[in-house]
Design a protein around this ligand. Structure first.
Ligand code: SF4
Ligand code: ZN
Ligand code: ZN
Length: 319
């Protein structure tokens, strides 16, 4: 029997990059410690703040909700959960109840914002229209841009000081590599534990950024937290190629993901001057902040003959 390198109990996990074995208790403690350290070192959450958590129902966002809930206890922070229902058949209908159940169990106020209600079409419908119009854009482009748009707007309407997402180490290193491959300096610059954007945008925080995906999954399993584990049917293309590449790199050379993250942190401060300052305006169509005439969401919607229907997300929902 393999024993925990810290307490001698039965090991459940081999942390190859650190050369140690961990038992269930030490594993849970280690994830929680890393989470708290990420918050305090990067000043992600300050006492008294209201934090909106993007909760899809998947393991990362649900773990983030539970960890923040524990963290906020006794620190006068307030949590609110937001789920975006993109309208992906066979996927989101199953993860949404999991998000709701977890928020309810923790007593966290929960809001659902749907593509169908706000944009007049589900992601599945948008994908079909886009295929007919041969836009050349893949589902993740619509999904990513529009989900970020709704999350930011909902968090702002809910008077949140921060918007937390469940990005783990694997997500972050994939994003770093993707922006290298695409040579996108301004998106690369926006990565990091906290991104303090311009007016109209709620600062985004990633408290799980230094925790490998495997460890987040194991953490939810060991704590008996209910999560949705399926993979989105649209997940494919360059994102999955980069994920597979990083996983094989990590298998053959443990610690590679952390090294990619550390190297990026060294480079990041030097990127600011390469990213041009842009003047912010209001989108001519929906009024949301943007640096161009139309925000990216309205531009994508226009390309498939749609327009944003609802200007206010939360207040219209409650009225
Ligand atoms: Fe959206 Fe693409 Fe993620 Fe699916 S894989 S949830 S389409 S971004
Ligand atoms: Zn132990
Ligand atoms: Zn717009």
């Amino acid at each position: 029997m393999l024993r925990c390198s810290f307490c001698g109990r039965r090991a459940v996990y081999h942390r190859r990059y650190a050369g140690v074995f961990l038992c269930d208790r030490c594993m849970i403690k280690s994830v929680e410690r890393r989470f708290r350290r990420a918050i305090s070192e990067n000043k992600l959450v300050m006492p008294g703040e209201r934090v909106a958590v993007a909760v899809s129902g998947g393991k990362d966002s649900v773990a983030c909700l539970h960890l923040l809930h524990d963290y906020c206890r006794g620190r006068r922070c307030e949590l609110v959960a937001i789920t975006v229902d993109e309208g992906i058949k066979g996927y989101r209908e199953q993860s949404l109840p999991v998000a709701r159940e977890n928020a309810e169990m923790l007593g966290v106020e929960h809001h659902v914002v749907s593509f169908k209600e706000v944009f007049g079409a589900k992601l599945d419908e948008m994908v079909k229209i886009a295929a007919k119009r041969v836009t050349g854009l893949n589902p993740c482009t619509y999904c990513g841009v529009m989900r970020r748009h709704l999350l930011n707007q909902a968090a702002r309407e809910l008077s949140a000081d921060k918007l937390a997402t469940g990005h783990n180490l694997d997500d972050e290193t994939q994003a770093i590599m993707l922006n290298y491959v695409r040579a996108d300096l301004s998106r690369l610059y926006r990565l990091g534990p906290i991104y303090m954007p311009r007016e109209g945008f709620v600062p985004r925080i990633k408290p799980l950024r230094e925790i490998p995906e495997k460890e987040v999954a194991l953490y939810t399993l060991l704590r008996g937290i209910k999560v949705h584990l399926d993979v989105c049917p649209y997940a494919s293309g360059i994102h999955t190629e980069i994920r597979d590449f990083l996983n094989s790199l990590e298998t053959n050379h443990p610690n590679s993901k952390f090294m990619i993250l550390r190297m990026f942190e060294e480079i990041r401060p030097h990127l600011q001057e390469a990213v041009p300052e842009v003047e912010m305006k209001s989108c001519e169509s929906c009024g949301e902040p943007t640096s161009t005439r139309l925000c990216k969401t309205c531009e994508l919607l226009q390309g498939i003959g749609l327009a944003k229907r609802r200007k206010n997300l939360i207040s219209d929902q409650n009225s």
